[in-house]
Design a protein around this ligand. Structure first.
Ligand code: AMP
Length: 582
């Protein structure tokens, strides 16, 4: 951390007094139970995430406030108040209720960022079912794995993605219903068994009694990648709202009249914790755009909607930096008050740059799918040390632990980043993988899988992953998942995948493959293999580079040595190669 510290003004000098106005003092006296008092709960002490996000505002003057500003493709623009969302999500809860969805059933979404995605997610949670949002850029294999593992009963999708669904449907015996949202009125003839969203909603009542869920009932699951095996579903409970609400208030510093924009897709945990539940439980208006990233469009959106609080990711920030300050000058970005980043390490240059061009620096923060909400952060009132993810959130106790998680290391020493548990928004299991879940805990600590160190003042610095998981533009890619897709290609005999550093996307996937008899290495074949993986998984997981080797290095027991390939690729020491096959 050799960069100059960004000094923060006193609370009184902020245009709007930060919600967290005394970090040390509030941390000392903080109890999660006190946050409960700011939530409403259902009669009988029940807690429902959807109620806290939407319906509780109907009792206040927030009911007519715009909750969702939607900026769609083809210049479509829509606005929904909290009352509108309450009514529509009631209708949707009735729609799935009429299909026989019961408490605990899994109901998945596979949709672009249209208002109906948000309505479905909230409606599913109201019904007491477990929602699984799938990233709409996922290919056939990626959706198949997740739908099989979760045993999803209903899928909400759109005509544009139906081909992918039908390509794997025969492998999904648990899938009983497909609801189709035709937002863009594309010509399409519904197949037997499909339910048209628009029609079902028109027939559904807007009266609904929200399911009396307990705070420990499952409500949302997000799949995340590990080193081995297929992606695993991290399951969260209704109590997670306590963490969403508190961190949105104190880290994102949301105030009632903010216009907030989270650029993450609900297919990833940031897109639900902070693209749905955090802001809406705070009664704040949020912007959603259906359109992907372009520099002009992003700045234009901020300017047009007068966005005040922005939550994005380092890859996007680095892309904005590439276009430089000149591009920022073309737009009025003066509305931005507080800007935040997550998902990958935020390089100090990006912090410095943002301070110059937006007059406020990006505040990096750290968390994971498993943690459910932000754990370590930079705050409006705390000095920023560029290159650091910041200090622990109120009520969060991280530590740097030694190899066997028995001893806490001192300041300056690198080790395993662990968190003292429990906390309200932590995952409660990996779906169908209890043992794997349990393996993440030891001696009272949750093991995050990241390596880090902290300084004397308690600022944490990310070092890297402790495992082979690859972070491509903030999206974790499991090497095993990519290797499985690669070997399904007819030309590929064996495959190993590593992450290699990339100046914009943090890492990209590099694959080493050996070919089956009868196949010749060629540029054309490499391109074909890349496209094959992109179609099965998604563009992030597709190898940027493929190297064809006669054979891959293996241990004597036949395990491909990814680490050796990585060391060779990056020119690092090869380490112990005594187990290498002759
Ligand atoms: P995910 O579960 O997909 O949200 O990914 C979580 C992982 O992303 C963490 O375990 C880190 O490896 C990485 N990550 C998230 N935020 C940061 C950050 N601010 N700095 C460095 N790495 C991060």
């Amino acid at each position: 951390m050799n960069y100059e510290i960004i000094k923060k003004p006193k609370c009184e000098d902020f245009p709007k007094r930060p919600n967290l106005d005394d970090y040390e003092g509030m941390r000392a006296g903080f109890r999660w139970e006190d946050i409960h008092k700011e939530l409403d709960f259902l009669p009988g002490g029940c807690l429902n995430l959807a109620y806290e996000a939407i319906d509780r505002h109907l009792k206040t003057d927030k009911k007519d406030r715009v909750a969702l500003i939607w900026d769609g493709r083809h210049e479509t623009k829509e606005r929904y108040t909290f009352s509108d969302l309450s009514r529509l999500t009631n209708q949707f809860a009735n729609v799935i209720g009429s299909l026989g969805v019961k408490k605990g059933d899994r109901v998945f979404t596979y949709l672009d960022r249209v208002p109906e995605l948000y309505i479905s997610i909230i409606g599913i949670v109201k019904a007491g079912a477990v929602v699984g949002p799938l990233f709409s850029a996922f290919g056939t294999e990626a959706i198949k794995d997740r739908l099989i593992d979760s045993g999803a009963k209903v899928l909400i999708t759109c005509p544009e993605l139906l081909d992918n669904v039908y390509a794997v449907k025969k492998d999904l015996p648990a899938l009983e219903h497909i609801i189709v949202v035709n937002k863009h009125n594309v010509p399409y003839t519904p197949k037997e068994g499909e339910i048209a969203y628009e029609r079902a909603m028109a027939e559904a009542s807007s009266e609904y009694q929200i399911c009396q869920t307990d705070k420990e009932d499952f409500c949302i699951m997000h799949y995340t990648s590990g080193t081995t095996g297929k992606p695993k579903g991290a399951v969260h409970v209704h109590e997670a709202i306590v963490g969403h609400y508190a961190t949105a208030k104190y880290v994102l510093d949301l105030h009632p009249d903010d216009i907030y924009w989270c650029t993450a897709d609900p297919g990833w945990v940031t897109g639900t914790s902070y693209g749905i539940f955090g802001p809406w439980s705070n009664g704040v208006t949020q912007l959603v755009t259906e359109v992907g990233f372009t520099v002009h469009h992003w700045y234009e959106l901020i300017a047009r909607h007068r966005v005040t609080v922005w939550y994005t990711a380092p890859t996007a920030i680095r892309m904005l930096m590439k276009y430089g300050e000149k591009e920022t000058k073309k737009h009025d970005l003066s509305s931005l008050r507080h800007i935040n980043s997550v998902g990958e390490p935020l390089n100090p240059e990006a912090v410095d740059w943002s301070k110059q061009v937006f007059r406020t620096a990006f505040h990096d923060n750290w968390w994971q799918t498993e943690t459910g909400c932000i754990q370590i952060a930079n705050y409006p009132v705390q000095d920023i040390k560029p290159g650091s993810m910041g200090r622990p959130f109120l009520g969060v106790r991280p530590a740097i632990m030694n190899t066997d998680i028995s001893e806490e290391l001192s300041a300056g020493e690198e080790g395993n980043l662990c968190l003292k548990y429990p906390w309200p928004s932590m995952f409660r299991t990996y779906w169908n993988k209890k043992e794997l879940y349990e393996s993440r805990f030891k001696n009272g600590w949750y093991i995050t899988g990241d390596r880090a160190w902290r300084d004397e003042e308690g600022y944490f610095v990310f070092v890297g992953r402790a495992d082979d998981v690859i972070n491509v533009a903030g999206h974790l890619v499991g090497p095993f998942e990519v290797e499985s897709a690669l070997v399904e290609h007819e030309a590929v005999a064996e495959a190993a995948v590593i992450g290699v550093p990339d100046p914009v996307r943090m890492e990209v996937v590099k694959a080493f493959v050996s070919l089956r008899e009868g196949y010749e290495a060629s540029q054309h074949l490499k391109l074909e293999i890349k496209q094959f993986v992109a179609k099965k998984l998604d563009a992030n997981a597709a190898p940027k580079e493929i190297e064809i080797l006669p054979t891959l290095p293996k241990t004597r027991s036949g395990k491909i040595m990814r680490r050796l390939l990585k060391a060779r690729e990056l020119g690092l020491p090869e380490g112990d190669t005594s187990t290498l096959e002759e």
